[in-house]
Design a protein around this ligand. Structure first.
Ligand code: CA
Length: 222
């Protein structure tokens, strides 16, 4: 594979460069976000390994801008912070997967194989699970073909859960992503809110939205 590594920590960049070359990949290394973005735009890569904290332009912005420019190259994001809000932000920005530093090289290579197997995901594609279908292009939701009217926040929550389908999303990540930092929302409010969403979209025989006690929620196939 042709791999672009955008990482400003010299030792990490060298380690990734050497390891990936030993695995038979062709590697280009950039140590600046803006430069990395330009390189990613100007030549085709099979995979981008992108650090979050970078000089020039941070990794979240690089990922978001690449997707804005219709660049669909799979992105594996490296984050030093193991906070689920950061991870959600990373995935929302257009990254396909993430690794929290420090990570083992074996895990990195395994994640790269998994992401590359999935291939480039069309970003505007509908998000679907069971009978629920969310179309980001038209901002609409249907269940079993019937239009479901959601408030903007319900839509945002459903989109967040669908984009992370099969993965648990913490209450903190939901509160931050749906309400932001400015709003005071209690966890009780969140439960009421999720109940409303369930009544609108999760009315089938097999439930899709599941509570993970003490953590948050997950949306997955029955
Ligand atoms: Ca860095």
């Amino acid at each position: 594979m042709q791999v672009l590594v955008v990482e400003d920590e010299q030792r990490m960049a060298e380690l990734l460069d050497r390891t990936l070359q030993e695995e038979g990949h062709q590697v280009v290394v950039s140590n600046d976000g803006r430069a990395g973005f330009e390189i990613a735009r100007s030549s085709p890569f099979d995979m981008i390994i992108l650090d979050v904290t970078l000089p020039g332009m941070d990794g979240l912005t690089v990922a978001r801008k690449l997707r804005e420019y219709k660049n669909q190259t799979p992105i594996l994001m490296l984050t030093a912070r193991d906070s689920s809000a950061d991870i959600v932000q990373g995935l929302d920005s257009g990254a396909d997967d993430y690794l929290t530093k420090p990570f083992s090289l074996d895990v990195l290579l395994a994640r790269m194989r998994a992401v590359s197997r999935r291939g480039a995901v069309p970003r505007s594609a509908c998000l679907e699970l069971g009978e629920v279908r969310l179309d980001p292009a038209s901002h609409s939701v249907t269940r079993a073909g019937e239009v479901v009217n959601l408030t903007p926040r319900e839509y945002k929550l459903l989109e967040l859960l669908l984009r992370n389908r099969g993965r648990a999303v913490s209450r903190d990540a939901i509160l931050q992503s749906v309400w932001g930092f400015d709003h005071e929302v209690s966890e009780n409010n969140l439960e009421v809110f999720v109940r409303q969403l369930r009544l609108k979209v999760d009315t089938g025989e097999h439930k899709l939205i599941h509570t993970i006690r003490g953590f948050g929620y997950i949306m997955r196939e029955p």
